[in-house]
Design a protein around this ligand. Structure first.
Ligand code: PMP
Length: 353
């Protein structure tokens, strides 16, 4: 608290990001990164663009990237917005589209950035409880609201919602903006993008950080009808008209075009997830159904905090949230099969003691 701060800053509870360790050799299954690395074609595109042209400002509208994303999803470039990671896209979305007279709704077990953004932009928000199986119950969103944001699949649970449910939600709330945060959708979820043409109140947010393995590049995007996208552009241009640098623009364009690499990586991750679920269940974990590149699991007799600490001792990082309702769970990102095997053998050692 300082007399120099804006009043809102003293109230902020900033999001705490997962640990990015400096110690080499740890098995890093704590921040839902992709273990396979980005498309080699995208890496080559970065090398080719790293020259004298970097003295020039990048295209503020990221036209080629937006056209590439639009073509990939069967939309027009005017229906695409790009930003510096989906966190930035979401921050601009909260500012541009989620503050209304009626409250914003989101699940109580969900992405921890939502309460942070709500506080930052002074948006009245209601946290709607997930059910006793940790699932989002769409019937509970049947109440007056100005906007709704849901991750699909949800984070940190990993459980997905069916498209029919989202369509019913959109139809029931024609006056509310509905944002579907699809950071993890490529690992088995159902994307709401095909609903965009019928629903002017739908905004879908995706990222290159997970299925396209570019967390280090920081590129996210939103898809929606032009009216919603225009609101995001206005806020962006009032904040930073060049959010994506030249290298990010060319690399992201090449990554979106490399469908074969994307398909191969996501298939491997889905297969490894199914194996890991079996291994964890054999070790007495309850694992929530996951359509993401992570699983959310709790042990039948050992505490989440204790297991998290013990795994760290064994050189394996996973994510533990010391929060009500979910403190017994561990969120484990899907690594390579070797990394998953190291996790399982560390657990075996810990659990016999
Ligand atoms: N949405 C959800 C639900 C997430 O878990 C994350 C990753 N932490 C993001 C958005 C942001 O991802 P990025 O900024 O890397 O695109």
């Amino acid at each position: 608290m300082s007399r120099y701060w804006s009043p809102i800053v003293s109230k902020l509870r900033p999001y705490v990001a997962g640990e990015q360790p400096r110690i080499p050799g740890l098995v890093k299954l704590n921040t839902n990164e992709n273990p396979y690395g980005p498309s080699p074609k995208a890496l080559e595109a970065i090398q080719q663009a790293a020259d004298d042209r970097l003295r020039l400002y990048p295209d503020p509208a990221a036209t080629e990237l937006r056209e590439t994303i639009a073509a990939r999803f069967g939309l027009t470039a005017e229906e695409i917005f790009v930003g510096n990671g989906s966190d930035e896209v979401l921050a601009l979305t909260f500012q541009a589209l989620l503050k209304h007279k009626l409250p914003l709704l989101y699940p109580d077990v969900s992405y921890s950035f939502y309460p942070t953004y709500s506080l930052l932009y002074e948006i009245e928000a209601i946290e709607v409880p997930v059910d006793d199986q940790y699932r989002i119950r769409l019937a509970d969103y049947d109440r007056p609201c100005g906007a709704i944001i849901l991750p699909n699949p949800n984070a940190p649970t990993g459980t997905g919602l069916p498209l029919t449910g989202i369509e019913a939600l959109l139809a029931a709330h024609p006056d509310a903006v509905v944002v579907i945060d699809e950071a993890y959708v490529d690992f088995g979820g159902e994307s709401a993008v095909p609903l965009i043409s019928k629903h002017p109140n739908l905004l879908v947010v995706q990222t290159l950080s997970k299925s396209r393995s570019f967390a280090g590049l920081r590129v996210g995007f939103a898809l929606g009808q032009q009216d919603l996208i225009e609101a995001l552009v206005r806020v962006k241009d009032s904040f930073n008209s060049y959010p994506l640098d030249r290298l990010a623009q060319v690399a992201a364009t090449a990554a979106i075009k490399d469908e074969a690499w994307f398909e191969a990586c996501r298939r491997k991750i889905i297969a490894s997830r199914e194996n890991l679920v079996r291994d964890l269940e054999a070790l007495d974990f309850e694992v929530l159904p996951s359509q993401a590149n992570f699983v959310f699991a709790r042990h039948k007799s050992r505490s989440g905090a204790a297991l998290n600490a013990a795994l760290r001792e064994h050189g394996v990082l996973v994510r533990h949230f010391a929060k009500p309702r979910i403190s017994e769970f561990l969120r484990i990102s899907i690594g390579t099969d070797e990394e998953c095997a190291r996790l399982v053998s560390a657990l075996k050692e810990i659990l016999v003691v």
